[in-house]
Design a protein around this ligand. Structure first.
Ligand code: AMP
Ligand code: MG
Length: 357
């Protein structure tokens, strides 16, 4: 079993068991995270820690020349130093701390994630909004926040800062400036997915065409497992970590797909009998509430899947499903709590087609 505590000592991870006997469930994660991978023999594996969670890379041998594990760690460190609000010296932390509107040079990671964030922000009518930084802290889910429920007036004040338009990106050369001093970016809902894609691209550049990369439950697969079938990825049953067990609800067989899961059943706190989870509704400033326990999104790349999964937790089932159905290349799987006998599941057609036998 793996167990990870965040900075406030909240426990987020538990891994154990499998419904497939000899196949062991090997990874799951932090911050409401909810996907896991099912290990089989004969793929080469590299594992490590990044972004407050674990990562895993599996690929079909042979191993390329050079120290692949080291190249992956170097890349992940570089991404962290660009995008992590938990790293005080990161690029995003420096921009968040800026008090004037001067241009600040950014790297390719920042430029790419910021720009894709803008697209998905727009496509989800603001449900995905990385400018929620000040609110995330106020609710105690960020690097510098206080614990407990902030008062109404404070939420309203901070809501005014949750405006992605407060940041302007210039691409040539890449630079950002902040028009509103108190505005802060939080890429936690998209950065892991982006990092997964980057590791995937690194493998491709090394001539590896068959691989699976996973960071904290966000996944990207290409090609096949060495056995010739797809990469098997399990979606966790949405149980609070308190059980110390991880049960797999569905298993997918993936080839050239990425997947990300968001959930509200693990990263939350309770006050006065009410539960407050870490995904915020950027329209209200309060934690998103719906009967959704988790949303898993399939897309061509993991960054896209990651951002939409967070947005769908805010949008709820109906709005998310209609968006999925009108977008080429997006699929989704929803686990809802509204069934008195347990969970209810809903999925889009493309998701059903990928369920493993
Ligand atoms: P994820 O686990 O990918 O769903 O990301 C959740 C994290 O993203 C939270 O812990 C916050 O740091 C941040 N976040 C919360 N609500 C939103 C939102 N509506 N849009 C973008 N990021 C958010
Ligand atoms: Mg996300």
């Amino acid at each position: 079993m793996i167990s990870v505590r965040d900075r406030r000592g909240r426990r987020h991870v538990s891994v154990e068991g499998s419904r497939y006997g000899v196949l062991a469930v090997v990874a799951v994660v932090v911050s409401g995270l909810t996907a896991c991978t099912v290990r089989e023999d004969s793929a080469a594996t590299i594992q490590g820690a990044t972004m407050g969670t674990t990562y895993q890379v599996r690929y079909a041998p042979p191993k390329p020349p050079g120290d692949l594990a080291r190249a992956i760690d170097t890349l992940l460190d570089e991404i962290n130093l660009s995008l992590s609000t938990f790293a005080p010296t990161s690029l995003v932390s420096r921009i968040n701390g800026a008090t004037d509107a001067s241009w600040q040079a950014v790297d390719r990671h920042f430029a790419m994630v910021f720009s894709r964030s803008g697209d998905i922000h727009e496509d989800t009518a603001g449900a995905f909004n990385p400018a929620v930084g000040p609110l995330v802290d106020a609710w105690g889910f960020g690097p510098g926040g206080t614990d407990g429920v902030p008062d109404d007036q404070r939420v309203r004040q901070l809501l005014a800062l949750a405006d992605l338009g407060a940041f302007v990106l210039e691409t040539d050369p890449p630079a950002v400036r902040k028009l509103v001093p108190g505005a802060r970016l939080d890429f936690s809902a998209i950065a892991k997915g982006y990092a997964v894609d980057e590791v995937g691209r690194l493998l491709e550049a090394q001539g590896i065409a068959d691989y699976m990369v996973e960071i904290g439950g966000e996944v990207r697969t290409r090609g096949h497992h060495p056995s010739g079938r797809g990469w098997r990825v399990g979606i966790e049953r949405p149980l609070a970590a308190a059980t110390d067990r991880q049960a797999v609800e569905q298993v997918l067989s993936l080839n050239d797909t990425a997947l990300a899961t968001s959930g509200n059943y693990r990263n939350y706190f309770e006050e006065d009998g009410r539960r407050y989870a870490h995904i915020l509704d950027p329209h209200t400033g309060y934690p998103a509430t719906s009967d959704l326990l988790s949303v898993t999104v399939l897309a061509a790349d993991s960054m896209t899947a990651d951002a939409y999964a967070t947005a769908f937790m805010v949008m709820g089932l109906d709005a998310s499903m209609s968006l999925v159905e009108s977008r080429e290349g997006l699929d989704a799987y929803f686990i809802l709590s509204d069934d008195p006998d347990g969970f209810r599941e809903k999925w889009s057609e493309g998701f059903g087609a990928l369920l493993a036998d």
